[in-house]
Each structure stands twice: as C-alpha cells, then as structure tokens.
Design a protein around this ligand. Sequence first.
Ligand code: FE2
Length: 206
Amino acid sequence: MNKTSAGLSWIQGSFMWGNIPAAKWMRDLQSKSRETYDHCVRVALMAERVGAGLKLPTEARKRLMHGCFLHDLGKLLLPRRLLDQAGPLSEAQWRMMKLHPELGAEILEMDKGIDPASIDIVKHHHERWDGGGYPYGLKGRQIPYLARICTVIDAFDSMVTARSYRTRLTYEDAKQELIRHSGTQFDEQIVRQFLSLMDREAYLYE
Ligand SMILES: [Fe+2]
C-alpha cells in the first residue's frame, strides 16, 4: 500500500505532541507486526478525513485520529505467533486476541499525556452496536461516539486489504458488508456517512 508510507511521516509527525512513550510503543509495534502497524496508520489517515467529513470540532478530530492510530496497540503484548498466524484462530487463541483492546488501553493509561477520549477508542473499538462485542458488551450509544467511528473504519480497512489469513474484498463487497451489518455490528448512521465520504478517499488503497 504505497500511500501508507506517504502518510506515515505525517502521522508520526503529528505524534510529536509530547507523548513520546506512545510514539515509541507504536514503533515497537511496527517492528513486531508491520501488518498491524500499517493498518493502524491507514485507519488514522482515514479517521482524519472522516472527522473532517463529519465536521467534528478540531479537538475531537485530533482525539479520533490519535485513538485510531493507537487502536491496536495492545497487540504489542500478544505473541508474535498469534499475530502472524495464517490460518483461523483456535478458541483459546481468540480469547487471547480479544484482550488487545484492554491491554492497549492499560498501556496508554500509564501515559498521562494521552487524552482519555483517545484511550476510550482503543478500549471500545471492538464493541458492537447490538451489544455483542467485547470487552464490555456495551450497546448502542453506550459506546463512545468516536469509538463507533473507529469500528467502522477499522472494519472497512480490514476488509479491503489482504491479511496473512485471508485475501482482500473488493470495495463494493466491503461496502455491502458494512451495510449488511448496519444496526447490528455498526452504528447505521455512521456507516451511511462513512460510505458517502468513501469514494473520495479510496486513493488511500491504490
Ligand atoms: Fe483491534
């Protein structure tokens, strides 16, 4: 993904806001799992544009972008073998994988310079609108708004990029998946707004 490296220095630059520990942890994640790190960069780049498209106030856009950049940080504490596994995960491996939102949040809570709203994105990006997500099973508007936005961008990026364990979906199929799971997995209103912005931002995936 060519645009990832182009966006990289911009994202890293935006992280020179005094939170050096967070920037260092993300570099550690980069050396542990390049795939996870690149995903975090793309989700953050997309979040910047989605935040603008939704006309969020400047501070909220910043919190959204930072939270999206950091959202999978907890994977830093998971075994590399788990992150690189090509086949489907076993039940025990899934239990371990599902710890990453809380692990990431706990790492970040040690850094007083990180906005709690960004930490909430990390903690809640795998909650589902219908309450069937993790780690807390929050439902609907109980899930922080910025985390609900991250969930949609995260899912879209995961679908349209190839992972070690599966091939990528086409844009059209990924959009249909978001629509299909609106109101169950995703906040329907956010999906609608996201899809209307998407066509302009597809260049991130060229
Ligand atoms: Fe995640």
